[in-house]
Write a protein that binds this ligand. Structure first.
Ligand code: NDP
Ligand code: 8X3
Length: 251
């Protein structure tokens, strides 16, 4: 029987690439995001290409009721979730503590931290039955703090800590918990962070070869397909040109 992966934030970037990788591997997919059309296009393409089954759910992970309505009551044939990928997330703005916008901070906390907690809680009963796996998408921003990164860095540090806490507390249930912490990856991330300013977003990836979403998908596939007794706890990955959060070598 095909395995089931549930990915939050599957309408673009890492989530979309992870969906593609696992569909190619024959897994059935539960895909979530807010943008209905984008998510439907991803699902339609993968169904056609790989003949897998897909359940698309449109909701905002910030909304506790919506998360539990959608993920806490999965249709019977979708309840055997083997892998939850907590990927939905964003940065908003890159401003000093003094200048940063309070609403941006709240959106990042509500999405990256509270959304991840809600999704994990809602899916956990299914994961326990399957002795499943949680992959949380952190960031190098969860390992270091950089100038004007304040609350985005704080949310990704929270993801790091929540991952460790989940691993400890879920030991009796034989659930693997892994964090993947990438550096710069070329997605819609910077366009969202800079609120649609395409030239600012493009500048983030100029002068070097950044990671691509497929690199993250490859890593997720690796950690999800190891023997039952092996749990990868933590992966920090960057492109060759990136040494840490602030050091990117541009030739
Ligand atoms: P994208 O902007 O390309 O994708 C983000 C995804 O998250 C989209 O599918 C978006 O869908 C979804 N999403 C955002 N907010 C919500 C919400 N409130 N409810 C539901 N879904 C939401 O960026 P990435 O693929 O780069 O980002 C994915 C994750 O990776 C994020 O957690 C990010 O912090 C992290 N990350 C990114 C890095 C990078 O350099 N790109 C590096 C390290 C970590 P929709 O808008 O349709 O809701
Ligand atoms: C995204 C990578 O360096 O913009 O998490 O924080 S960075």
């Amino acid at each position: 029987m095909s395995k089931i992966i549930l990915i939050t934030g599957a309408s673009s970037g890492f989530g979309k690439a992870i969906a593609e990788k696992f569909a190619a591997g024959g897994w059935n997919l539960i895909l979530t995001a807010r943008r209905k059309e984008k998510l439907a296009a991803v699902a339609e393409n993968l169904e056609k290409q790989f003949g897998v089954k897909i359940l698309s759910l449109v909701f905002d992970v910030q909304n506790k009721e919506s998360v539990f309505e959608n993920l806490g009551n999965l249709p019977a044939e979708w309840q055997a979730v083997d892998l939850l990928v907590n990927n939905a997330g964003l940065a908003l703005g890159r401003d000093s503590f003094l200048d940063a916008n309070l609403e941006d901070w709240e959106t990042m906390i509500d999405t990256n931290v509270k959304g991840l907690l809600y999704a994990s809680k809602a899916v956990l009963p299914y994961l326990i039955k399957q002795e499943g796996h949680i992959i949380n998408i952190g960031s190098t921003a969860g390992k270091e703090v950089y100038k004007d990164g304040n609350v985005y860095c704080a949310t990704k540090h929270a993801v790091d800590v929540i991952t460790k806490a989940q691993r400890i507390d879920l030991l009796p249930y034989h659930i693997k918990v892994t964090a993947i912490h990438p550096g710069a990856v070329e997605t819609e991330f910077s366009l969202v962070r800079f609120k649609g300013d395409a030239s600012k977003a493009a500048a983030v990836y100029e002068g070097y070869t950044p990671l691509q979403p497929a690199d993250i998908a490859e890593t997720a596939w690796y950690v999800a397909n190891l023997p039952k007794h092996v749990c990868i706890n933590d992966i920090v990955m960057t492109c060759l040109a990136q040494g840490n959060s602030t050091m990117i070598h541009k030739d």
